[in-house]
Ligand binder design. Structure first.
Ligand code: FAD
Length: 390
């Protein structure tokens, strides 16, 4: 049984979780992305996998109702969050009602996996973006069991994962709230593991304390930090080769290049994202501490926001201001990402020779040099260099 085209599958896991015969297992493809494999001896051709596949049956969408710049008032939790710490604000309200939150954490091997939280302690690991394709495991079915038991559930994740959940649930539960982020794409777990190997040689994984968006030294922005052999390393999105390969969209899943969830019509109740350029539109906000873009798309989302308002600094804004510097997310037109010409060669070299070889051959490129020069060189020197090169 073929579920969907290979380049349309997002790896959300809905088919495996919904299959009544447990006939679908996920395996990594040659680029390290989880893909479904139907075990023909167990499959009864019931068609459930195609019914729940969001690539075959996309969920219903809503127009954005309101847009905000938002920031959690609790400074400690905000410091641990990627931008404005909105997960914490919403999750606390769900815990207050005795509900459960589903989100993504690192396991002990730095694999991004879904977990369930029902208190502040279990929530901690969910804070912060893990820029790698994550695995939903049994999260949709577990969430369904919570909903059937009458609990409130906040399900957070990539938009394709929220779509997977919605299709697996057979009805719209009043207790369910979905929150997705504006997603620039899901990078390859194989690439992340290979990169991690290069930095964890002398430091055991459990002591690595790897953080993609560490605010502690320089405030909100993109600072990647980890424990090196002799000192703590802090790199920018340009100097860190893994983040740079994500930023320039070299290592994304094939389905991400034509992702249907990046546009203004949203299927989740609440959307969160980075508010890049917020200082131009809302200079009154404390940008250094991190500000999120927040979109409220349904009445359920508006009701939840109403309950957590006091926990947030909140300013109404326009979706177009959020979209302004958010590289191809939240666009009006159905723009697709171009697959970078180096993507194929990068993965081939990664598979055959490892991260370092792929990095040296493909990631020391003119784009990176230009970004690096812009970041590091004083303006005058940059102008002189440009003149000289001409
Ligand atoms: C792969 C990826 C690509 C992204 N691309 C963009 C982008 O292009 N533009 C943009 O504005 N924002 C993007 N984001 C979202 C952004 O990084 C922040 O998550 C968002 O601004 C919310 O910040 P916060 O402080 O409110 O969330 P926090 O309070 O820090 O919570 C983080 C939330 O993200 C979830 N999460 C983290 N990693 C993953 C993962 N791998 N899979 C599923 N869920 C995860 C957690 O469960 C949690 O709900 C991306 C995030 C990821 C993981």
């Amino acid at each position: 049984m073929k579920i969907t085209e290979r380049d349309a599958c997002t790896g959300c896991g809905a088919c495996a979780q919904a299959c009544p015969f447990r006939a679908i297992v996920f395996r990594e493809d040659e680029e390290g992305f989880p893909v479904p494999e139907v075990q023909e001896d167990k499959c009864k051709n019931c068609g459930m996998c195609r019914k729940v596949c969001p690539a075959v049956n996309p969920p219903q969408t809503h127009a954005i109702q309101k847009a905000y710049a938002a920031q959690l008032r609790d400074r400690d939790a905000l410091g641990e969050s990627t931008s404005g710490g909105l997960l914490t604000a919403f999750a606390r309200e769900v815990f207050r009602k005795g509900g459960a939150v589903y989100g993504c954490v690192w396991d002990e091997k730095y694999t991004a996996v879904f977990r369930r939280a029902e208190n502040e302690e279990e929530l901690k690991g969910m804070r912060g973006s893990k820029y790698v394709s994550s695995w939903t495991g049994n999260a949709y079915k577990d969430a369904e069991a919570d909903l059937e038991a009458g609990k409130t559930v906040l399900f957070t994740g990539m938009p394709c994962q929220v779509a997977g959940l919605k299709n697996v649930l057979k009805k719209d539960y009043p207790g369910l709230i979905t929150m997705a982020f504006l997603c620039g794409g899901a990078p390859s777990p194989l690439a992340f593991r290979a990169y991690l190997k290069t930095i964890s040689g002398k430091v055991p994984l459990k002591e690595l304390d790897f953080r993609f968006r560490d605010k502690r030294e320089h405030g909100a922005g993109v600072h990647i930090t980890y424990q090196g052999a002799h000192k703590r390393v802090c790199e920018t999105y340009i100097s860190n080769p893994y983040y740079f390969s994500f930023y320039t969209k070299v290592i994304l899943r094939l389905s991400c290049y034509h992702c249907p969830y990046r546009y203004r019509d949203r299927q989740e109740d609440i959307t969160v994202g980075d508010f890049w350029g917020v200082e131009k539109h809302h200079p009154e906000m404390d940008v250094r501490a991190g500000v999120s873009a927040l979109l409220v798309n349904t009445q359920k989302g508006a009701d939840l926001l109403g309950k957590v308002r006091d926990a947030l600094e909140l300013t109404e804004t326009r979706p177009e201001d959020i979209a302004g510097e958010n590289n191809l997310t939240l666009t009006d037109e159905k723009k697709i990402y171009r697959i970078p010409a180096i993507r194929k060669g990068f993965f081939e070299t990664l598979k055959s020779q490892g991260w370092k070889a792929a990095e040296h051959r493909y990631l020391y490129n003119p784009t990176r040099f230009k970004l690096w020069a812009k970041e590091k060189m004083p303006r005058k020197m940059l102008v002189l260099l440009k003149k000289y090169l001409r």
